[in-house]
Design a protein around this ligand. Sequence first.
Ligand SMILES: *Cc1c(COP(=O)(O)O)cnc(C)c1O
Length: 412
Amino acid sequence: MTHTPSASSWLDEIPARIAALDAAHLRRRRRAVEPAGDSAGGAVLRVDGREMLAFCSNDYLALAGHPDLADAACEGARSFGVGAGASPLVSGHSTANEALERELAAFVGLPRALYFYAGYATNIGIVPALVGDGDAIFSDALNHACLIDGARLSRARIHRFAHADLADLATQLAASTSRRKLVISDAVFSMDGDVADIPALLALCERHDALLLLDDAHGFGVCGPQGRGSLAAVGLSGASASRRVLYMATLGKAAGVAGAFVAGPDDLVEWLLQKTRSYIFATAAPALLACALRSSLRLIEQGDGRRAQLRRLIAQLRQGLQPVLARSGWQLGHSDTPIQPLLIGGNAEALAVMEGLREQGIWVPAIRPPTVPEGTARLRIALSAAHTEDHIHRLVLALDRLAPDAAQPPRA
Ligand SMILES: *Cc1c(COP(=O)(O)O)cnc(C)c1O
């Protein structure tokens, strides 16, 4: 049967649906960016021909523009070519990827690692490889979209627990009759910057025979000794590694390149290699990226100076914003990571602050629903080791100019 031309097609509704996004201040736009002349490690970007001080990148250690990584990628391209040519289980698994996996496992202190071309693809693939129909997933309410999507794809029953609420998680685990239970959580929450209580999560998993999958996209390179990540930060790697933990981290953020990996016990990682559809049915990551990543791992390991700089900037920002918060009613989330969320509330208000900053030559992204819960629109300030004390100072001053006077004026 063909569609009668007179009846309206759902495709005709698309422009109106886009207009509705506009009306709700939910239409997203991309900006084409390039590094500013001196590049400044990504802290300053050229956007629409104009230089902007940027607080939007997850390149926390300022490694994405490091010449060692660029050199390693170029050498990799010359040795291996640019593309991998096939999936890893066919001929795409280069010796560079193999070496990278060994180095990643050693770096995070876990027996074995599997390297993926992207973090999103990792999580949507590994969750369904681990659990399925009849099994149970317990998911923190603020988990990243790709963990949520992986859970949905798995067809396991999804139990959402309130953010970081371990009592809620314990109750739901105890009530479950599923034999296979998987607890999934961001290690550092991507829009809030707070850190999961990993030892407590693991203790609950022990008690209920559950497996813990941690997404450390924002902790790898930043948290733990030498940046070894959130598991190492709480002493749960190396000899103290648990067979109940799968550790996942991405490599396009602090590591400055692209891709992701999952690491854990040998048998679990072997199972993932056998069963993860997004791994098996996709072309392997190009070897040149593995070459850049091996170089990045060395810089992360030697990056205590970069991490110390980050800690100084975080403290300066949090302290500098106190008067602004007191006056405006805006709130700064509890975070000691480079992700500093400034909660504004309404979508239009958050956009207006972002626009006001842009007029002052500063770029901080407004994050709105559905990325964050309704009513918690925010500016997500992301700090990098490339920022300077002066950059933070400029940001605080600019926010001070934009902050409303929400608090009661003092009485004479
Ligand atoms: C960015 C991110 C991902 C996705 O990783 P990509 O490599 O960008 O696909 C997964 N999880 C979290 C928590 C993230 O922030």
